[in-house]
Design a binder for this molecule. Structure first.
Ligand code: GDP
Length: 539
């Protein structure tokens, strides 16, 4: 293959755009990426077989324009990378199903793109479906302030079908046009700056990271520091799995030779020697550890304060420790983020550990030690054999679909949640007349007052807590000493009926007073999953 960059000096040259696909669940993000991948360079070179490496290139890398797609669809990965300071994505493809239209996660994706200041190209998917209505989608997007080109704006819209692979060329054209507009350029010569988009552990080859070069050229044999990890680039592979000795801007490659597993979003920098790499990595490790401790301490304090506030309010609080295992680092992070969406002031999904690979013996040990359950996403079973009873009792959830996972975890949270008892107004009665019954000494102080009431709402119970209101103000709260209906002692009186009521330590009834009967109810959180794929726990 001809390599232009070796002869181009320190020129700043146009570089391919890096694209992330986002949109609502089931709108076809994965299908669209699959369809695009089939047209990719790697698929062509490798005869349709590509390995899962976190990114792929469409178009020709060495001649003519190309596009790099990040292979992890969804918002979690996008915001995770941004949170780590990695502005990898140049353009967001917003996938909206033509039959379903704009949904909650569509809006979320728009918000993410806007806050990151990344332009959007809209792909209206599933246009092959009989119920497809692209015009409706466009109107909905316009209503969200997306200035589509159809109506004089600058946001491009293309109609596609991931299933039938139609419109993909139009989408690619739109992305290339956007890239030209953005005037994406990068320095080609000189030391590489790059970001990790995914990392995994390979049994034979050790830690592997898919990275995208932002500037410069990454050369095989160089020493690198990635996040707090370091290593020497033993091998660089392109998306077809072919070894190459260098990677230029926007080219996703898999690198081998790291001493540890980096994280998605980590930056890659090239240093001159192994010593320097080690030193920098040590320094960063210490800094990260310090940051982590600081953060943990902050979180602990915030948590303690929150707990204190909540215990006063009688909050329901459930904590669910979870260990996440997944096939690749990016997915593990996305799964952890998705699980955290279940969090609320009442629910605390505590990701105690996340990692790559099958569920191991030490995962089970760890889970057992901290009472966690294990989420195994996209990984095969394993780790069984010689388990102690306690280890065998650890709950392991195997899933391949985020939504189903959230459903299971949501149900578990509800199951674990202790009920909280609360007083609730069960009924309300109005005082219509007052009877005084004199006591032994025949004086009024010695006697009792009976409130002749009519139950206006709900029911009034003998066992309830009575609350006396006058002109809307609570004057007294106490138990019910006697409840009678037509001279008979009764346990409760329903709406519309009259009764005689005596409160223990309260004698001063007036006509027009309102007596509320309060009863204790046990409140438990509810698990709510909507058809749109959103999952919530309501407390
Ligand atoms: P994701 O959750 O956004 O990644 O969505 P998927 O790619 O998993 O697609 C969800 C469902 O929609 C799957 O059953 C797909 O087969 C289907 N689907 C995706 N794209 C199309 C399309 O262009 N046309 C039709 N008819 N179905 C599609």
């Amino acid at each position: 293959v001809k390599r232009q960059h070796t002869t181009e000096g320190s020129q700043i040259l146009p570089r391919p755009p890096v694209v992330t696909v986002m949109g609502h669940v089931d709108h076809g993000k994965t299908s669209l990426l699959d369809a695009l991948r089939n047209t990719s360079v790697a698929a062509k070179e490798a005869g349709g077989i590509t390995q899962h490496v976190g990114a792929f290139v469409v178009g020709m890398p060495d001649s003519g324009p190309s596009i790099t797609f990040l292979d992890t669809p969804g918002h979690a990965a996008f915001s995770e990378m941004r949170a780590r300071g990695a502005a990898v994505t140049d353009i967001v493809v917003l996938v909206v199903a033509a039959d379903d239209g704009v949904m909650p996660q569509t809006l979320e994706a728009i918000a993410h793109a806007r806050s990151a200041n990344v332009p959007i190209v809209v792909a209206i998917n599933k246009c092959d479906k009989p119920g497809a209505n692209p015009e409706r989608v466009k109107n909905q997007l316009a209503a969200e302030g997306i200035e589509l080109e159809d109506i004089g704006g600058n946001v491009q819209v293309v109609e596609v079908s991931a299933m039938k692979s139609t419109g993909l060329d139009k989408l690619e054209e739109a992305l290339l046009l956007e890239a030209v507009d953005m005037d994406l350029k990068a320095r080609v010569e000189g030391p590489a700056q790059a970001y990790v988009v995914e990392a995994r552990l390979d049994k034979g080859r050790g830690p592997l990271a898919t990275i995208i070069v932002k500037a410069g050229t990454l050369v095989s044999g160089h020493h690198v520091v990635i996040g707090s990890q370091w290593g020497r680039l033993r091998a660089i592979r392109d998306m077809a799995g072919k070894q190459t000795d260098r990677a230029t801007p926007a080219m996703p490659v898999e690198i081998e030779g790291l001493k540890g597993l980096p994280m998605a979003g980590d930056d890659v920098i090239v240093v001159e020697s192994e010593e320097r790499a080690k030193m920098l990595s040590e320094g960063r490790k210490r800094k990260y550890e310090r940051d982590r401790l600081l953060k943990a301490e902050e979180a602990r304090v915030a948590e303690a304060e929150k707990k204190e506030a909540e215990s006063e309010e009688g909050f329901i609080r459930v904590e669910l420790p979870i260990i996440v295992k997944s096939d690749v680092q990016g997915t593990a992070q996305a799964v952890a983020d998705a699980l955290r969406t279940l969090n609320s002031p009442q629910v605390f999904v505590n990701i105690v550990h996340s990692g790559v690979g099958a569920v191991s013996h030490s995962d089970l040990e760890r889970a057992q030690a901290c009472g966690a359950c294990i989420v195994a996403f996209n990984v095969k079973g394993g780790g069984s054999g010689n388990l102690s009873a306690a280890q065998a009792s650890v709950k392991v959830f195997h899933h391949r679909v985020i939504y189903h996972l959230l459903e299971d975890i949501g149900k578990l949270i509800v199951e674990k949640a202790p009920g909280v008892s609360e007083l609730e107004v069960a009924g309300e009665a109005e005082v219509l007349s007052i009877f005084k019954v004199l006591g032994k000494r025949r004086s009024e102080e010695d006697g009792v007052s009976i409130a002749g009431c009519k139950v206006m709402d709900g029911r009034v119970c003998r066992s309830g807590m009575m609350r006396l209101l006058r002109s809307g103000e609570v004057l007294f709260e106490g138990s019910c000493a006697s409840l009678k209906r037509e001279k008979q002692d009764v346990e409760q009186v329903g709406k519309g009926n009259e009764c005689g009521l005596v409160m223990g330590e309260w004698n001063d009834f007036r006509v027009g007073d309102v007596i509320q009967c309060m009863e204790a109810v046990i409140r438990k959180p509810k698990f709510v999953s909507s058809e749109s794929g959103a999952v919530r726990i309501e407390c």
